[in-house]
Design a protein around this ligand. Structure first.
Ligand code: NAD
Length: 494
């Protein structure tokens, strides 16, 4: 049965029966799975008003951090109770394998619990070293109303890398999920209200990016826009937030490299390279979509990689054994095919997958390995966002570093070597926000996540992930008879 949703504003669903709606069809079989209200500027106005009121006059920003943490933990527990339902929504709308969707929900809970703890440790600074009669206090305060705009590849997880951290800092949010995958954002907001998170703290408006996304990023009532998505849209978000001097934090695309040296543990590196390009059908910002492999081991390595790829199961995402599900929609499916066609025209050799490994019925693409890719080819430079791996060989550490950094993006790379000198030399030279050494697509809640260059700026996770949603206030307190400051004596004379 088709799920039907309105917007979620001030802890209530509105516009559920709006004549303007978006139907999400299953990427697997084209059947309708959900109906979302198609929002407008006035829906964004209403949601920002609710978030503004909750921030300016509501209890949330002033609440003891412990009380906020208790509510966030309750939210996480409620999500855990609803794990299977939420995971199935994610499978229906994204087309990703069910067991990965369940793992996403576990990550969502872990992110919320982590953010709750961070909120209790968030603190400012005090200076007692600025003169005998003066004390400086730096308060770390919530930034205000946050506009959250997220993509379709990890809908719940991306929501949870932002919203709980904003909430733990004391902010309120208006979320604009992807028009393809709005279900879990709405359900997560509903569960937040159910556990007692006050009205106006988490609001969700659904609709298209050019309409509601643009209205949100350009809204004067928003203090910070936290965006995850493509570099193309990210640039528009930065401009639109800048129009009303709101801050922007943007997590954008990537073109990561898996760099394999001749002294790597080959079976580990093969499984890392496999995971890096096939996880979430390659629809992953931190995908290792370029394989840089030392010439002396390249043939052996590629043979093992192709064999491992043949063992992946592609198909129905509800099947417990499926490793690779559907591409998000037909246009994206055709764009990925276009990248494979262009690469072949430009001279790349298909080692597995390729056009013969695509199936329009179900939007399935078999992981594809393209050998003989040079930096001048478009598949080396452009984000494909599908299971398509571009292979380039190198002969020296200097060449490996130069190839890895030969991209406008700077999100995540992995380096595989058993030599600590090689690992550290490469890790330090890479211009990316994330480097994995002898592991890939790995993460810890404590480690900041984000990119450089065209991969954006801003950091999620770690302490930085909460600080993103705060602003600093300096208070200078003078005690006793005023002896410094304008009209008295200069501070330096003390
Ligand atoms: P997208 O940029 O097309 O859309 C992202 C969101 O922005 C959607 O909600 C969309 O509706 C909205 N949007 C579109 N136009 C807008 C506008 N003019 N104003 C405001 N909002 C607008 O991205 P996508 O296709 O949904 O997702 C894929 C992209 O996301 C890839 O490039 C991928 O690398 C990136 N991504 C990055 C990260 C990261 O952490 N760096 C994580 C996941 C995905």
């Amino acid at each position: 049965m088709t799920r039907s949703y309105g917007h979620f504003i001030a802890n209530q669903f509105t516009n559920a029966d709006s004549p303007n709606f978006i139907t999400r069809v299953s990427p697997v079989n084209g059947e309708a799975v959900a109906r979302f209200a198609e929002g407008s500027t006035s829906d964004i106005d209403a949601a920002v008003r609710a978030a503004r009121q909750a921030f300016d006059t509501g209890p949330w920003p002033k609440m003891d951090a412990g009380a906020r943490a208790a509510l966030l933990h309750k939210w996480s527990a409620k999500i855990a109770e609803n794990r299977e339902k939420l995971a199935r929504i994610e499978v229906e709308e994204v087309g990703k394998p069910i067991r990965y969707a369940r793992a996403d929900m576990d990550t969502v809970c872990a992110l919320i619990d982590y953010a709750a703890g961070l909120g209790m440790h968030s603190h400012g600074l005090a200076y007692s070293s600025i003169g005998p009669n003066r004390t400086g206090v730096v308060l770390r305060e919530p930034v205000g109303v946050v506009g959250v705009i997220v993509p379709w590849n990890f809908p719940a997880e991306t929501f949870a890398k932002k919203v709980p951290f904003a909430l733990a800092a004391g902010c309120t949010c208006v979320v604009k999920p992807s028009e393809f995958t709005s279900g879990t954002a709405l359900e997560l907001a509903r569960l937040a209200a159910e556990v007692g998170i006050p009205e106006g703290v988490v609001n969700v408006v659904t609709g298209y990016g050019h309409a509601v996304g643009n209205a949100l990023s350009g809204h004067n009532g928003v203090d910070l826009v936290s965006f995850t998505g493509s570099t193309r849209v990210g640039k528009q978000i930065i401009a639109s937030a800048g129009e009303h001097t709101a801050r922007a934090a943007v997590e954008l695309g990537g073109k990561g490299a898996t760099i394999v040296f001749d002294d790597a543990d080959i079976s580990d590196a093969v499984s890392g390279a496999l995971m890096s390009i096939s996880f979430n059908q390659g629809e992953c910002c931190v995908a290792g979509s370029r394989l840089l492999v030392h010439s002396s081991i390249a043939d052996t390595f590629l043979k093992k990689l192709v064999e491992a790829m043949a063992g992946l199961r592609i198909g129905d995402p509800f099947d417990e054994s499926t490793d690779i599900g559907s591409m998000i929609h037909g246009d994206h499916f055709r764009s990925v095919i276009g990248h494979i066609e262009t690469a072949q025209k430009e001279g790349a050799a298909v080692l597995c997958g390729g056009l013969s490994g695509t199936k329009e019925d179900g939007l399935l693409i078999t992981p594809t390995v393209l050998d003989g890719v040079s930096p001048s080819m478009s598949v080396f430079r452009q984000e494909v966002f599908g299971p398509v791996l571009a292979v380039t060989r190198f002969d020296s550490i200097e060449e490996a570093i130069a190839l890895a950094n030969d991209t406008e993006y700077g999100l995540a790379n992995s380096v595989w070597s058993k030599n600590i000198d090689t690992v550290m030399t490469v890790a330090k030279a890479l211009r990316s926000g994330i480097v994995w050494a002898n592991t890939a697509l790995d993460g810890a809640l404590q480690l900041p996540f984000g990119g450089n260059g065209k991969s954006g700026f801003g950091r999620e996770l770690g302490e930085a992930g909460l600080e993103e949603f705060t602003s600093l206030k300096s208070i200078l307190i003078h005690t006793g008879k005023r002896t410094t400051g304008f009209g008295v004596a200069p501070a330096v004379s003390e």
